[in-house]
Design a protein. Structure first.
Length: 564
């Protein structure tokens, strides 16, 4: 007992020593910090440690509140199952409860996006399953009412997110509404109300994109709307027996979704490019093209009386609008994306429209005149795009009018009938386009290719026409046999090869020289597959003689041009 006071004093002294050491560890001096910098890591300052703990505590608090919200939703569901209260009233309370969490998502502090995303996710997790059960299990809501609630949800989310500039709220709300609309449309067999929701979402996303907000969600909404409309067209364009579970719809209702989607995207593109002066994006280009394809297929499927003629007329009007954009708004941007995209759309729509609604002669005349106009307009500097489109139209009219088929049969296949009016128009337009190429700036493989294609169309057409004329002259004295046809073809082609080689040297047109060499190769193949198989010996000898003369003369003429 006498040693007890001394023992207590020793314990007290040791406790004081331990307290001092703990204090030193928690409050290191600058010298201690330098000393520990080369060794073990120094503990973080108390201020930073407290901030990290506060953030972690705040995150768990937000998650806890969101879980409480989901628990409340389950409580409402239990009340709806176990009581005799009107389920419509409980449904209204549940909808208001989900919207309350959406409002709470935009009222949190603006310095972090995590609480907004969590509360919006809670609202979505409350609303979507609730709509599914109220519509499919309890039969409290009709499909139209469920679609209206989704529309109200997306409108409220867009308005709240726009006011506070909360991108996570807009993103999660649109993604939830898109998935819920697709699921409910498939489950309820009522497609039109949910298509209306998706169209509304597409319009809201385009409006937000005009103001440079929440652009990242546009591809998801666009994909959902396009998929839903494609399913809609696929179902209702099939036989009636395959859609017995779906309600009957009128023609206007069947045409409305795809046409409305195209109008939304077309108006957005015109506003952004023509009024706001912005560049069209790759996504918008694909978006508009796919939506137009859906609208065109919808018209062809559901409005047969409107038919291809009416759709072709619409294509021609849209083509004129695209060319108006090219020559007005985008005329100073010849190398820009807007110029290129609208020019491609204009050409594609012109081809589609003329094919669908114009007779053969009018189609050849329309496309041929357009090819000539583009070739002449392409003579200006930095207008290579118009030259390319001109030669594309020229090749298209040569194929559609039968000119290339006529040339092939005249030079290698079964003899064709007389040249049709459409083919004659195409040949005349090809001659004009090639003649107009004299004023085009030279140089570059693209420009040379344009001239080569126009010249090749002219040469093939004229060579086939020469063969037909010579055969008609021979027919005045005797009925031409296969060996007569083979020799006359060889004679005509050799004459054209020599003429092309000379013209290429004389007028400094290298594309004519290239065609002359290609003609020599064609003659060699023709000798093997036609003359040697069907000709008599004297005609075979004459054909080989003509080929030998051509084979010698063409390179010499080309070499003379290189020397000069």
């Amino acid at each position: 007992m006498n040693d007890l006071p001394a023992t207590l004093d020793q314990l007290t002294a040791r406790l004081e020593t331990l307290e001092q050491r703990v204090y030193v560890l928690e409050h290191p001096s600058p010298a201690d910090a330098v000393a520990t910098s080369n060794g073990a890591a120094t503990p973080p300052p108390p201020a930073l440690e407290g901030l990290s703990s506060a953030q972690t505590a705040g995150l768990f608090s937000v998650l806890g509140k969101a879980m409480l919200g989901i628990a409340g939703a389950y409580l409402l569901r239990a009340v709806a199952e176990s009581t005799s209260l009107p389920k419509a009233a409980i449904a209204a309370i549940a909808i208001a409860y989900a919207l309350m969490w959406l409002v709470w998502a935009v009222r949190v502090q603006a310095d972090t996006w995590i609480p907004s995303a969590i509360y919006t996710g809670a609202s979505a997790l409350i609303l979507a399953p609730m709509l599914w059960e109220l519509t499919l299990r309890f039969k409290v809501l009709s499909p139209s009412a469920a679609a209206a609630i989704l529309a109200a949800f997306i409108l409220a989310a867009s308005a709240l997110a726009w006011k506070r500039n909360r991108t996570p709220v807009f993103w999660i709300a649109n993604l939830t509404a898109a998935v819920a609309s697709l699921a409910l449309a498939i489950a309820t067999r009522e497609l039109t109300p949910f298509l209306a929701v998706l169209l509304l979402m597409s319009a809201i996303c385009e409006y937000a994109a005009e103001h440079r907000r929440a652009r990242s969600v546009r591809p998801f909404v666009s994909a959902a709307a396009g998929l839903a409309i494609w399913v809609f067209i696929f179902i209702y364009s099939g036989p009636p027996a395959a859609r017995a579970d779906y309600p009957a719809l009128g023609m206007a209702t069947l045409l409305a979704p795809a046409c409305t989607l195209f109008l939304i995207y077309a108006a957005s593109i015109v506003l952004r490019t023509a009024i706001l002066g912005q560049d069209i994006t790759v996504f918008e280009t694909l978006q508009a093209t796919i939506s137009f394809a859906l609208a065109a297929f919808s018209v062809l499927s559901f409005a047969p009386q409107f038919g291809s003629i009416g759709l072709g007329a619409v294509c021609l009007l849209l083509s004129a609008a695209c060319y108006a954009m090219v020559f007005t708004v985008a005329r100073g941007l010849s190398a820009g994306r807007n110029y290129q995209v609208f020019a491609v759309w204009g050409t594609a729509l012109l081809l589609a429209g003329s094919t669908m609604c114009l007779p053969a002669i009018e189609q050849a005349l329309c496309l041929g005149l357009a090819a000539i106009a583009f070739t002449l307009l392409g003579a200006r500097p930095n207008r290579l795009t118009l030259q390319v489109h001109g030669v594309v139209l020229l090749a298209s009219v040569a194929i559609a009018s039968g000119l290339l088929g006529y040339a092939f049969r005249g030079l290698a296949g079964k003899l064709p009938p007389a040249l049709s009016p459409g083919a004659a128009i195409a040949a005349a337009c090809a001659l004009v386009c090639y003649a107009a190429g004299k004023t085009l700036p030279s140089g570059g493989w693209m420009r040379q290719s344009i001239r080569l294609i126009a010249a090749a169309i002219c040469v093939c057409a004229l060579a086939a026409l020469l063969v037909q004329v010579l055969l008609q002259l021979v027919a005045l004295r005797t009925a031409p046999d296969v060996y007569h046809v083979a020799f006359i073809r060889t004679l005509s082609i050799c004459a054209f090869a020599l003429a092309l080689a000379f013209a290429g040297v004389r007028w400094r047109r290298p594309e004519l020289t290239r065609i002359a060499y290609a003609t020599v190769v064609f003659i060699a193949a023709k000798l093997i597959f036609e003359d040697l198989r069907h000709g008599h010996l004297e005609f075979i000898a004459a054909s080989i003689f003509l080929f030998a003369i051509t084979l010698i003369a063409v390179p010499r003429l080309a070499h003379m041009g290189q020397k000069s």
